[in-house]
Design a protein around this ligand. Structure first.
Ligand SMILES: [Zn+2]
Length: 197
């Protein structure tokens, strides 16, 4: 049966809808460290979030969040990778970004360097991260704090959003429900082989 696809609306109704959407969806960018340029970050908070992820060539997404109890990716014995998510100020784009940090504490990894160099005393100090060989990094703390760091509106707004829960750091990763995971052809086959389908 043919559907009536036209409906009346008004500019003000549309505007209200748009404003409501903007107001409720705050997104944060994932910081991707690359080999070409150092990435300059400015830490401003002690806040860290821990996230459990699955990375699998069987899945259609590069990373998907672990669903916890009953997680289908766990059922097919896919390894869980833990990452710490750190919100930082990015002076070059004047935005807040999320830096994913692997849990490895080995020499040259990011976590031990962040843990020793980021303290409340260095909040506001620009730090440059350079990608080195074999997924290692160099982290240099610059000698003076960012100009007018105390007056940055972006940080103030972000912290309010974080406190109210309107921004979620782990939104940088996609998630799939257990049903969606189980519908993936290769996952389905693996579940059948394991006798779990
Ligand atoms: Zn899982």
């Amino acid at each position: 049966m043919a559907q009536n696809t036209t409906a009346q609306t008004t500019f003000s109704a549309l505007r209200e809808q748009l404003l409501a959407e903007i107001g409720t969806t705050t997104t944060v960018e994932q910081i991707r460290l690359n080999g070409n340029d150092p990435t300059t970050i400015v830490p401003f908070t002690d806040y860290l979030e821990e996230v459990s992820l699955h990375y699998s060539e069987l899945l259609s997404l590069p990373y998907t969040k672990c669903n916890g109890d009953g997680c289908v990716a766990c059922k097919i014995s896919n390894a869980v990778t833990k990452k710490y998510l750190m919100p930082v100020y990015l002076p070059l784009t004047k935005t807040i970004g999320v830096l994913p940090i692997s849990e490895s504490k080995k020499n040259g990894k990011l976590l031990p360097q962040i843990l020793t160099k980021v303290t409340p005393d260095t909040f506001g100090y620009p730090m440059s991260i350079t990608s080195l060989v074999q997924h290692t990094f160099g982290l240099v703390v610059h000698p003076s704090p960012l100009k007018d760091f105390d007056k940055l509106q972006e940080i103030e707004v972000f912290l309010e959003q974080l406190n109210s829960g309107s921004v979620k750091l782990d939104s940088i990763y996609k998630s799939m429900t257990n049903e969606e995971l189980a519908q993936q052809e290769s996952v389905k086959t693996r579940l059948e082989i394991l006798g779990l389908a």
